[in-house]
Ligand binder design. Structure first.
Ligand SMILES: [Zn+2]
Length: 275
């Protein structure tokens, strides 16, 4: 393992030559109906066309790590402004390109960071097809544009706890804390095949009620203490965060969440994924 060890041409199973011995990755930052795109320098393959900031992965890098590193090298954007929420992979066999979708906390002016970049711009979504696009990006854009909303996972803490007889009734705050920390692990590692993405890193909201209140939030999981009925708070969260998936087995709650556009997952879906 070494910095830059992926920087070489490789041949995929379909016989093409590609840049990136360990595959390549790029980032598509999104904010307020705009995406950040790179105009490639004239001397690069596809010179002058627009696409994602990105490049070859090193052997030790995840796609997210590589994509954030590349945008930091090729532009003046601070990668710390980005929160990755999903990955879409084009796999040729022996080589793949991962587009990392990320919410940007702001839309600062972005300038070229090195000689691979001719220009950078926040482009309105409907303006993207009017640019001369880098052909592989042009091929994936019609799908990517449907995936630009950060998914949210809302968890009905009492219902999920109650579906697993692990002694939760003796120590509700302790059981809620275990669920919160397990949920944090799940979203940190990413959820395969979720929300139309090959891997998703959803926002997680854990709604707690009664004696389990007060455990507090951790990185990756916002814990909401329900002021009254837990169900009302869960419906409010589902309504405020689209697209949303609610984890509960409560029949009445399921219907209310579906009425505000949320999708439903059973407790088993989450329990099977906990560490
Ligand atoms: Zn190929």
């Amino acid at each position: 393992m070494a910095v830059g060890d992926g920087d070489r041409v490789t041949r995929c199973a379909q016989g093409h030559l590609h840049w990136g011995r360990y595959g390549a990755a790029g980032v598509l930052p999104v904010r307020d109906g705009h995406v950040l795109l790179q105009q490639r320098a004239r001397w690069t393959p596809g010179g002058g066309t627009w696409g994602t900031f990105g490049g070859a992965r090193d052997s030790h890098e995840s796609a997210v790590e590589a994509a954030l590193r590349e945008v930091g090298e090729e532009s003046t954007l601070d990668p710390g402004l980005l929160r990755p929420f999903g990955e879409r992979v084009v796999d040729h066999g022996g080589w793949s390109y991962t587009t990392v979708l990320a919410v940007a906390a702001a839309m600062p002016e972005v300038r070229p960071g090195n000689s691979e970049t001719r220009a950078a711009a926040w482009v309105p979504l409907d303006g993207v097809p009017r640019l001369t696009l880098f052909p592989p990006f042009a091929a994936t854009w019609p799908e990517l544009v449907t995936l630009l909303a950060e998914p949210t996972l809302v968890v009905d803490c009492a219902n999920v706890m109650g579906s697993r007889p692990d002694g939760w009734w003796r120590d509700r705050p302790g059981a809620a804390t275990r669920l919160r920390d397990g949920l944090a692990e799940v979203v940190r590692a990413g959820v395969p095949d979720f929300a139309g993405l090959d891997r998703a890193y959803p926002r997680a909201v854990l709604v707690v009620e009664g004696q389990a209140k007060g455990i507090g939030s951790v990185e990756g999981v916002v814990v909401v203490d329900s002021p009254g009925e837990g169900d009302d708070e869960i419906v409010a969260q589902a309504e405020a965060n689209a697209p949303c998936w609610v984890v509960t087995a409560d029949r009445g709650l399921k219907a209310r969440c579906q009425d505000v556009g949320a999708q439903i997952l059973g407790p088993r879906w989450l329990l099977d994924r906990l560490p």
